[in-house]
Design a protein around this ligand. Structure first.
Ligand code: GRG
Length: 278
């Protein structure tokens, strides 16, 4: 399937996500005006929506899409947006541009960017708190693990420490794997897992989708490093990294076997990630 057809396959999911995010951030966020503007700028500036799409596709594979899966999908995107706003800050990567546009701190000032990130995270939990009582505890537990010191925050610190200490030396494979799991793969894992939890209580199905997300998330980072000529690319070179990514995607796809044809859209999702390097 060609790139544009792959994109079309997820158009329905993307539209639902955009609509819900707009509703949540436009109608329900008016004051303080500067902060609400910064939040909308951060969220509606051309992101691919990979993580929320993964939530919805995982829900469809595990059972039926529902209100809770849409809340989870949008919450994951708000968290992702938060992490990018803070990642770009002067004290972190100090980037002036993201997605071809000025970063939030360059456009709205540093204090607004810090508060914008914090407010996006709080909004994400506001959305998650709407999830049905029977599922909310396990969903909160997944998300907080993915975000905490053994997830995004820990990975970010490890990454910054590394770039400060070791500018001239390539990090080891083990270090890169640890950072990539924490900064990237765990959020993909949480996305597929909470998508599953929102639709089923079947442990085997939840586990299979969790493992799919973990492997696909790490593959995403390998592919991203090829595109940015960074990290794994610098350590191993394009061919080896592409082959590692393919291997991880094969492992991810194997986890879907128990779902039969119901998993077709997730196989397409795997294909989409891999097509980014072609
Ligand atoms: C606790 C949420 C939280 C964050 C604080 C700043 C920070 C700690 C973590 C940084 C996480 C980070 C920047 C990870 C990089 C992952 C990555 C490759 C992001 C790009 O993902 P795409 O390509 O982005 O899906 P788009 O632009 O499509 O949304």
């Amino acid at each position: 399937m060609g790139k544009s057809n792959l994109k079309k396959a997820f158009r329905k999911e993307k539209e639902k996500i955009e609509r819900t995010l707009k509703n949540f951030l436009s109608l329900k966020c008016q004051q303080p005006q500067a902060l609400c503007k910064a939040m909308r700028y951060a969220v509606f500036s051309g992101g691919k929506r990979l993580r929320p799409i993964l939530v919805l596709l995982s829900t469809q594979v595990a059972g039926k899409e529902n209100k809770d899966s849409l809340y989870c999908a949008c919450a994951i995107e708000l968290i992702h947006s938060y992490s990018l706003v803070h990642d770009d800050l002067p004290a972190m990567d100090n980037d002036a541009f993201r997605r071809g546009k000025l970063t939030v701190h360059r456009k709205f000032s540093e204090h607004n960017a810090i508060l914008c990130g914090n407010a996006l995270l709080v909004k994400a939990f506001e959305l998650l708190s709407r999830v049905d009582k029977s599922k909310v505890k396990s969903i909160f537990s997944e998300i907080t693990q993915a975000l905490g010191i053994s997830g995004l925050i820990g990975g970010q610190l490890q990454d910054i420490d590394l770039s400060k200490k070791n500018l001239k030396v390539n990090p080891s494979m083990q270090t890169l794997l640890s950072i990539s799991n924490k900064k990237t793969a765990f959020l993909f894992k949480a996305a597929s897992k909470i998508g599953a939890i929102s639709a089923t209580s079947n442990k085997k199905k939840i586990k299979a989708l969790e493992e799919y997300g973990q492997n696909i998330g790490l593959a995403f980072q390998f592919i991203d490093d090829i595109l940015d000529k960074e990290g794994f690319y610098r350590l191993l070179g394009k061919e080896k990294v592409a082959s590692e990514a393919k291997g991880l995607i094969e492992i991810a796809n194997q986890k879907l076997k128990i779902f039969g044809k119901k998993a077709n859209h997730l196989y397409l999702y795997s294909e989409y990630l891999l097509e980014r390097i072609n």
